[in-house]
Design a protein around this ligand. Structure first.
Ligand SMILES: Cc1cc2nc3c(=O)[nH]c(=O)nc-3n(C[C@H](O)[C@H](O)[C@H](O)COP(=O)(O)O)c2cc1C
Length: 175
């Protein structure tokens, strides 16, 4: 049985939902999973875990500053254990942008951080227009219009491929 820490960085909760699915699948394999927000990572003793997974969503082209701070402070520790990183964004709904080698945010992110995650994944996120503030909704609708996605302001759509999430959970068990 491995003790696995999953750290997440989310704004609207979808990355957390992905982490909860990961936890469910990993726990079915009799491993122990702890979920912690990157914002609370300073309070967690990372040395207690056998493996660490970090997941984070994109907002306006970037991952959050807290994620960069966490990685900068803990790059050595992360490198010292089996580890993985995944990003969540809606550009990844496009088949030509849904792999670690083809997702523009992940490629850029890896150039900016001192950590080399051993396993990588890209998951397509969720659009939830009714939940967004007025301006966020208008901006995302404009981006969706430009990239041929849904623009109806009542749209709630999950682009996430849950089978891919489950396969990643399996990979985490085996890494
Ligand atoms: C205000 C806002 C900005 C976003 N910016 C981007 C973006 O620049 N590129 C992208 O691919 N997805 C973008 N997204 C989509 C999010 O990455 C997607 O909704 C994801 O599921 C959010 O995950 P979270 O709920 O864990 O924060 C944006 C979403 C919102 C609400």
């Amino acid at each position: 049985m491995a003790r696995i820490l999953i750290l997440y960085s989310t704004t609207d909760g979808h990355t957390l939902a992905i982490c909860q699915r990961l936890r469910q699948v990993i726990e079915q394999q009799n491993h122990q999973v702890t979920l912690v927000s990157v914002n609370d990572a300073a309070q967690a003793d990372l040395t207690l875990f056998d493996k660490i997974v970090v997941g984070a969503s994109i907002r306006y082209g970037k991952h959050r500053p807290q994620l960069y701070d966490f990685i900068k402070k803990n790059a050595h520790l992360l490198d010292s254990k089996p580890n993985a990183f995944f990003t969540v964004n809606v550009v990844a709904r496009k088949p030509d942008k849904n792999q670690p080698e083809t997702n523009p945010y992940l490629k850029k992110f890896l150039q900016q951080i001192p950590w080399r995650p051993r396993q990588l994944a890209v998951f397509a996120g969720k659009i939830d227009y009714p939940k967004y503030s007025f301006w966020d909704r208008q901006v995302i609708r404009l981006i969706m219009w430009m990239t041929k996605g849904p623009t109806n302001p009542e749209t709630v759509v999950e682009f996430t491929n849950w089978k891919q999430v489950e396969a990643f959970a399996q990979l985490v068990c085996e890494m």
